[in-house]
Design a protein around this ligand. Sequence first.
Ligand SMILES: *[C@@H]1O[C@H](CO)[C@@H](O)[C@H](O)[C@H]1NC(C)=O
Ligand SMILES: *[C@@H]1O[C@H](CO)[C@@H](O)[C@H](O)[C@H]1NC(C)=O
Ligand SMILES: *[C@@H]1O[C@H](CO)[C@@H](O)[C@H](O)[C@H]1NC(C)=O
Length: 276
Amino acid sequence: MKFLEFTMFLVPFLIFVTHHLGNAEFVNFNENFNVSYGQDHFTTLNRGSIVQLSLDNTSGCGIISKKSYNSGFFEMLIKLPPQRSPGVLTSKTRRHGENHGEIDFEFLGTDGDPFKLQTNIFANDSGGREQRLRLWFDPTKDFHKYAILWNQFQIVLFVDDKPIRVHKKNNRFGVRYPTMPMFLEGTIWNGDNWASGKRKIDWSKAPFQLQYQGFQINGCESRNKNCYSNTFWWNKREYWDLTPHQKTSLQQVRKNYMYYDYCSDRKRFKSECNIK
Ligand SMILES: *[C@@H]1O[C@H](CO)[C@@H](O)[C@H](O)[C@H]1NC(C)=O
Ligand SMILES: *[C@@H]1O[C@H](CO)[C@@H](O)[C@H](O)[C@H]1NC(C)=O
Ligand SMILES: *[C@@H]1O[C@H](CO)[C@@H](O)[C@H](O)[C@H]1NC(C)=O
C-alpha cells in the first residue's frame, strides 16, 4: 500500500523556499548546489537559469545543496518531463545519517490521468506519513512553484502558494517532528526497484528531462545555533499557524484533490492524527 503502481522513476528534490511576498532573490545554482551524481546527465539551459536533470537507461541525476539548514522557507520552480510514462518524480529535503528526517515532494507519473503528487514527512527515522493528491494542472506544461516552510511550530508544503499540507509540532501527542539539519536535494532516478509497480518505465521515450529554476533559499544554516530565532522572518508569530484564508484554501485542496491520507490509517498513527 505504500507506493502506487505508477511508481517508476523518482525525482527526489529538495526544495528550499523563500518568501513569496518579499524580495524574490534567486540563489546562484553553482554557489549553492553540487551535482551529487550523474554529472553527464546534468546540464544548464537559458544562460544557466534553468537546471536540467536527465534520466535514461544508463543513469539518473541528482543535485544537493552545499549547506544544510535547520529552519527556513525554500522554494523552487519545477517542470516535469513531458513524456507520459509511468514514473515518479520526487522533491525532498533530506538529512543523511542518524535520526533521519525528510520532507518530500514526489511526483507520481501517469499515462494520461491527472498527475499525482505524494508528500511525506520523516522524523527521527520514522516515515510512512504519505498524503497523495491529484494535481489540478499539468506539471509538464509549465514551471510551477513548490515550497516548504519549516519553523519550530509547523511545516507547511505549498504548491503555487496554496498550502497543501501542514504538519504541526505537538509534543503532547508525541508527534514526530523533524529537527535535524536538512539538505535540499533533487534527483531523477529509476525507481523500479523501489516501487512495487507492475509497470516499467518506457525507455523508448527516454531521456526524461526534469527542469528546475528559481531556486530561492531563505534558510537558517545549521551551523547557526539559534535557528528558531524570530530574527528570521519565517519564525515570526504570524508563521506559527496558517492564516484563516490559508486554512480555507487547504480544506478546499483536501476536499477536492486528496485521495489518500495516512491519517486514515488510524491504528498506526492514532496519536498524531487525533489532533486537529
Ligand atoms: C538503452 O537504450 C538504448 C537506446 O534506446 C539502447 O540502444 C540500449 O540497448 C539500452 N540499454 C539497455 C541496457 O537497456
Ligand atoms: C559539494 O562539493 C564539494 C567539492 O567537491 C565537497 O567538498 C562538498 O562536501 C560537497 N557537499 C555536499 C553536501 O555534497
Ligand atoms: C528517536 O527514535 C528512537 C528509537 O525509536 C528513540 O529512542 C528516541 O527517543 C527518538 N528521539 C526523539 C527525539 O524522538
